[in-house]
Design a binder for this molecule. Structure first.
Ligand SMILES: *[C@@H]1O[C@H](CO)[C@@H](O)[C@H](O)[C@H]1NC(C)=O
Ligand SMILES: *[C@@H]1O[C@H](CO)[C@@H](O)[C@H](O)[C@H]1NC(C)=O
Ligand SMILES: *[C@@H]1O[C@H](CO)[C@@H](O)[C@H](O)[C@H]1NC(C)=O
Ligand SMILES: *[C@@H]1O[C@H](CO)[C@@H](O)[C@H](O)[C@H]1NC(C)=O
Ligand SMILES: *[C@@H]1O[C@H](CO)[C@@H](O)[C@H](O)[C@H]1NC(C)=O
Length: 590
């Protein structure tokens, strides 16, 4: 605790010129990055030398949540009701979640051979409730293996594609506060089969997505369609980036919506900026330096770095890390596991100067997830050091997450977090929770559920990684009891360019300049791809201190749906690098 006081002191020294008791406008975003950098440095140096306590210190800690989820969470997505939809493939026989009766059917499952292929007698999808730490079974009608997804602006998950009969499937999951909601298979279908495609919600229409790529699908399409004649559109970029041998390396392309409304598409080693309204390539970016590939089955990962109100959200920078060496997929098939890629590249995709800035992770890595934390740092978790994605094509589990701080000086941005004991190889995933922790599940490089006698068994343990900022020693700095109020007759959300009120409690003396607001779009995550993940530093227009440590802040919503497509976002108040629990806020097209 003595350490915490030093730390507070160092922040106050940085900010001594600010008004501590404010009802004044808050620091501009220009000041912010400098201020934040100083704060981060202060936290960093304090934590390095200061007492760490019993809580895990700077390197975070791991906690086992469940021993057996029954179903491998190959795909995960957090709903705005704080539940997590998880699912696996359905095509390779039973999971470990035996149902006593068919879901939604009266007939009981019989212990006959037929039951083993009868997917209705085993669950292949579950819903996990974060606060009660419980799961329940969901029912899938077609196989969503290696599919894609996006949350619509009303919080319903639109999930698309998959395998065999599921490869043209369109499914909806409308979250509810009871045990009755389930998957709904649409009667419509995709124009072409989409296995390993990516999905992005379109900004102008909050219930429509674009799907890009997939195995033997060198095209994109919209869902739902505006007319029956609108089908899939050829995308030559996907032909060009496709390796003709076994490797392919352009599946699950990385998609990021730029704040100018164009779509950044990265596949293999190349990228374009694409105007999907006009079917036109706006920019072709330089190839990322170095050999090897970044997309499935090379399976690096990518994020759009946090967007900032200080530049009007006009500067958009993407980052991607890891992947596989040339020929790694083929080599792994012959038992030779090539070292993965150790590099990350960052590139600004707005403006007109584009250059990849390369940096190195502590170790080579592939099949990892990149999760943007509420502090704006990136957690790199799961994966392996050698090989490629695919059945048993990787070795050397990466047990230590990396924390990447984009605001630090190059060369000092990575730090190594505490190691887990659970290998998370092919078919694992990770997502951010509203309690600031990262949910980690899955791993199954085996075709059928194989719980023993293989190097990497089917993994049914569910864990969370708890970053240092959630430690109890920071509770006195943590904003508490968040609530969000919309400032209009409509209580369904805040319109673009509008303001909303955030109320929270901050116990001790605090600095307005140290208080910041982030909004985070929860992704659909699978195979190292977090579709629709994005984070924004929002502008706090004013803050007023009230009785009993309560603070009332007016926060500006993003200016346009291109900056933040409509839907539910996790709002977090961050005080000197220590985040609150998140509260949902909804941005709407008024
Ligand atoms: C998991 O199983 C172990 C061994 O049976 C048990 O000690 C532990 O409490 C279980 N953990 C949870 C979270 O269920
Ligand atoms: C959201 O929109 C979709 C598509 O229009 C619809 O199927 C779904 O029922 C809606 N969900 C809610 C919660 O209203
Ligand atoms: C694993 O191998 C051991 C020894 O060969 C055998 O006894 C056991 O049944 C096997 N377990 C499974 C789950 O196959
Ligand atoms: C604030 O939240 C805590 C739990 O974090 C709760 O125990 C407490 O009752 C809340 N206080 C108010 C005034 O809502
Ligand atoms: C409510 O929002 C409008 C426009 O978004 C703004 O002009 C007005 O000042 C806001 N009022 C309050 C009380 O925040």
């Amino acid at each position: 605790m003595h350490g915490a006081i030093n730390w507070r002191t160092s922040i106050f020294m940085i900010h001594h010129q600010g008004d501590p008791y404010l009802s004044s406008p808050m620091a501009s975003r220009k000041n912010r990055s400098l201020v934040l950098r100083l704060i981060v440095t202060a936290i960093g140096s304090f934590l390095f030398v200061g007492p760490c306590g019993a809580s895990g210190g700077r390197r975070g800690r791991w906690r086992l949540l469940m021993n057996n989820t029954g179903v491998v969470p190959m795909h995960m997505a957090l709903t705005h009701l704080n539940t997590v939809v998880m699912f696996d493939q359905t095509g390779f026989g039973p999971s470990s979640y035996r149902l006593r009766k068919r879901l939604r059917g009266k007939k009981r499952c019989k212990a006959t051979g037929a039951d083993l292929t009868d997917t209705s007698c085993y669950a292949h999808s579950i819903e996990y409730d974060v606060s009660s730490n419980r799961i329940r079974a969901l029912r899938l009608d077609t196989d969503p293996w290696c599919s894609s997804g996006s949350f619509l602006s009303n919080g319903t998950l639109l999930q698309t594609g998959g395998y065999r009969k599921g490869s043209r499937g369109i499914r909806y999951f409308k979250p509810c506060n009871s045990d009755w909601c389930d998957w709904r298979q649409s009667k419509r279908s995709l124009s072409v089969q989409r296995w390993y495609s990516s999905s992005q919600l379109l900004p102008e229409e909050g219930n429509r997505v674009i799907l890009v790529g997939g195995r033997r699908a060198f095209s994109y399409e919209f869902v739902p369609k505006h007319s029956s004649t609108d089908r899939s559109h050829d995308l030559p970029f996907l032909h060009r980036t496709h390796n003709r041998d076994n490797d392919e390396n352009n599946l699950y392309p990385f998609l990021h919506l730029s704040s100018d409304g164009n779509l950044f598409i990265f596949a293999n080693r190349d990228s374009i900026l694409f105007n999907y309204r006009r079917n036109r390539v706006v920019k072709t970016f330089p190839r990322i330096p170095g050999r090897g590939s970044r997309n499935y089955p090379s399976s690096g990962s990518s994020v759009i770095l946090p967007l900032e109100h200080g530049n009007g959200f006009q500067k958009v920078e993407v980052m991607l890390c890891g992947g596989s060496a040339p020929g790694a997929y083929e080599a792994a098939g012959q038992g030779k596991f090539l070292k993965g890629l150790q590099t990350c590249g960052r590139m600004v995709i707005t403006g007109n100067r584009h250059r990849w800035k390369m940096e190195k992770m502590p170790k080579p890595r592939l099949m990892h997830d990149m999760v943007i934390l509420p502090t704006g740092q990136i957690l790199i978790v799961n994966g392996a050091r050698r090989g490629a994605a695919g059945w048993n094509r990787a070795t050397g589990p990466s047990l230590r997450p990396y924390l990447y701080d984009p605001t630090k000086e190059s060369g000092t941005r990575f730090s190594i977090m505490r190691s887990t004991k659970v290998a998370r190889m092919y078919h694992s995933s990770a997502i951010l929770l509203p309690n600031g922790r990262v949910l980690v599940g899955g791993s199954n490089p085996n075709k059928v559920y194989t719980l023993a006698n293989v190097t990497y068994p089917t993994e049914l343990r569910l864990q969370e990684f708890i970053p240092h900022y959630m430690d109890r020693q920071y509770h006195n700095l943590r904003p508490q009891n968040l609530s969000v109020q919309y400032n209009s007759s409509s209580d369904s959300g805040v319109g673009y360019g509008g303001e909303f009120t955030v109320r929270f409690r901050l116990g001790r003396r605090w600095q307005s300049k140290a208080v910041e607001f982030t909004a985070y779009a929860p992704p659909f995550t699978t195979h190292s791809v977090a579709m629709n993940q994005r984070m924004l530093w929002l502008h706090g227009a004013s803050m007023v201190r009230e009785q009993g440590g309560w603070v009332r802040a007016t926060v500006e919503a993003p200016p346009s749906p291109e900056v933040a497509p409509p839907g539910y976002y996790m709002l977090t108040v961050v005080n000197g690098g220590i985040p609150s629990f998140s509260h949902w806020v909804r941005f709407i097209n008024a």
